[in-house]
Design a protein around this ligand. Structure first.
Ligand code: ZN
Length: 130
């Protein structure tokens, strides 16, 4: 019951992850459930993470609700602990997660920090996973 409400609260963010992840399944990618999270890698997801993120050099993995996108299986494996922190953040913030993440990055950038590494969501994930 409670888990269902959490999945529902996170669904708007998860839906974005599904929209980005599903094209991978018809372009050579794969998916699997790992501890209640749908992990998708390869195919279109590889292209998306390599080319379409704001990070220089692209991202290795990205969490959107209960979907984690990874360039490949190795990226998903080594980033799992970090990305699970983001899953918990998505569960806490629900549909507000992406706007909150974006606003946090913007505030950090305006203050002269690194919008990725100094973002409090990332700092929590790195602190909890290293
Ligand atoms: Zn992160």
């Amino acid at each position: 019951m409670w888990r269902g409400i959490i999945y529902l609260w996170s669904l708007p963010t998860t839906a974005i992850g599904l929209c980005l992840g599903m094209p991978a399944l018809v372009s050579g990618g794969r998916m699997r459930w790992v501890d209640g999270v749908l992990e998708i890698h390869g195919g279109f997801v590889m292209h998306f993470l390599s080319e379409w993120t704001l990070l220089e050099g692209g991202a290795s993995a990205m969490t959107l609700g209960h979907v984690v996108l990874g360039r490949d299986r190795d990226c998903l494996n080594w980033s799992r602990e970090h990305e699970r922190v983001h899953v918990r953040q998505c569960e806490r913030w629900g549909p507000l997660f992406l706007p909150a993440y974006g606003i946090a990055s913007l505030v950090v950038k305006l203050r002269g920090g690194n919008p990725y590494l100094d973002n409090p969501f990332e700092r929590e994930a790195y602190a909890s996973s290293t």
